[in-house]
Write a new protein. Structure first.
Lengths: 193, 249
């Protein structure tokens, strides 16, 4: 009961921060940045798999948030609403990166996957995390890759993925199950489950 | 439900399935060993993926990150004239870093320089050839009064006269002229040479219609006197210039 109450109190305080920030109070917005910067970076990183790009995108997401904060009407959860801003910016960055990239980076070694089993995710460095996700999603088509990343690594709803990517829910489901099947078959082959 | 149909559903999570689909999957894997095995593999893979989902990449320099966000917001809001100017300069600089633009700009500059150089060369060339002609005509040049001290213009004038008549004519004219620039000299010589030319070609007609021209051209003249004469005798100029085609002297 007491944790529920304190959670409600936290919600009220946060709601107040947003209201103040919507009026232009930068001190309140600064607190929003401080409490959500890790979240923004994590979402961007799992899509972009690059620290510098993820940092830049997270920065841009907060600037966009500042500009559009007035449009937030408290109907959806704040993190869900902000999520979409970060994801859209990350996808734009991904597209522009693909246009510019000419040199293909070498594929990381499959043995990198063992680190996740051996050490758990808390002990992985950013590079190691990026390498593991790269290995796992290497066999996927671009659509399967992005659907898998948004759903299974970033926990976005199928309906939100459908809206963000401009795909039907049925198409999202099919790409998701194809992605999961490929990854499962790959891991089964390596670890002989 | 058949394996082929169930197999796809095995890969979807409960919140991605309808309640009927969930019941169908549960019922099928109870009876089908093959699908049950596959389902077990899927669970292991999901566990693996779940660890990745829970992994939190590390954001270094969190305070710097926040400061940078706030600074960018402040910069975006202060859209001062200086910022606009700097933005325009930055955009122009960026524009000129585009290879095609740079190449075009350099080509244009080269073309303009070439045109200027060719023009200057052509002028220089024509002056040089005039100087060469003048050296051949053996003109003796008398200095003109009052600030007229450009030797090349002398030579130019002498050349024009040399084409019309002899040296004496020239020295008589320049002896009386207080010319201050090449334009006035050229103007004078051009007018004078036109009249001289009409007199030569149409001497009888001019004697009959414009007897004063003969005596006029025998005098020592200034540019003003010559200009006045031409103004008063416009008919003369019109009549005889029609008879002589352009450049046909």
């Amino acid at each position: 009961m007491s944790s529920a109450i304190s959670e409600t109190k936290t919600d009220i305080v946060f709601e107040d921060l947003i209201l103040q920030a919507q009026k232009g109070d930068k001190a309140s917005f600064r607190k929003i940045v401080e409490t959500h910067q890790r979240f923004a970076f994590a979402v961007a990183f799992k899509i972009l798999l690059n620290e510098e790009d993820a940092r830049d995108t997270a920065q841009d997401a907060f600037i966009k948030l500042w500009i559009h904060l007035g449009e937030y009407n408290f109907e959806a959860k704040f993190t869900t609403w902000f999520y979409k801003i970060i994801i859209n910016l990350s996808l734009d960055k991904l597209k522009s990166r693909k246009r510019k990239e000419r040199i293909l980076e070498p594929m990381p070694d499959e043995k990198e996957l063992d680190k996740l089993f051996a050490r758990g995710s808390e002990d992985l460095s950013n590079n190691e995390l990026a390498e593991i996700i790269t290995i796992l999603t290497d066999k996927l088509s671009p659509r399967q890759k992005i659907v898998f990343t948004l759903r299974d690594l970033n926990n976005l709803d199928i309906s939100d993925i459908s809206r963000t990517l401009n795909m039907s829910s049925g198409s999202v489901r099919i790409n998701l199950l194809f992605a999961r099947r490929k990854i499962k078959n790959y891991l089964t082959a390596i670890y002989n489950w | 439900m058949r394996c082929t149909k169930i197999n796809d559903l095995l890969y979807l999570k409960p919140d991605e399935l309808t309640s009927e689909e969930i019941k169908a999957v549960q019922a099928h894997i109870r009876d089908c060993k093959s699908c049950a095995k596959e389902f077990s593999e899927i669970m292991k893979a999901n566990e693996f993926i779940s660890k990745l989902k829970n992994a939190e990449p590390l954001l270094t320099g969190e305070t710097d990150f926040t400061n940078e966000v706030m600074r960018n917001i402040a910069n975006a809001e202060s859209f001062t004239t200086e910022n606009i100017f700097n933005t325009i300069i930055d955009r122009l600089t960026d524009f000129f870093t585009i290879t095609a633009v740079r190449a075009t700009a350099v080509s244009l500059i080269l073309i303009l320089v070439s045109i200027f150089t060719i023009q200057q060369y052509a002028v220089f060339n024509s002056v040089s050839s005039l100087e060469d002609k003048l050296a051949v005509t053996n003109v003796s040049v008398t200095a003109v009064q009052a600030g007229f001290n450009d030797v090349k213009v002398f030579k130019l004038a002498a050349d024009l006269i040399g084409m019309i008549n002899g040296d004496q004519f020239y020295t008589e004219i320049t002896g009386n002229l207080a010319l201050t620039n090449k334009t006035k000299l050229n103007e004078f010589l051009s007018l004078y040479s036109d009249l001289q030319h009409y007199k030569t070609l149409y001497s009888r007609e001019i004697e009959e219609k414009y007897p004063e021209l003969n005596s006029f051209l025998g005098k020592k003249l200034s540019l003003e006197e010559l200009s006045d004469f031409v103004k008063k005798n416009e008919n003369l100029i019109k009549e005889f210039s029609r008879k002589i085609p352009a450049g046909g002297k």
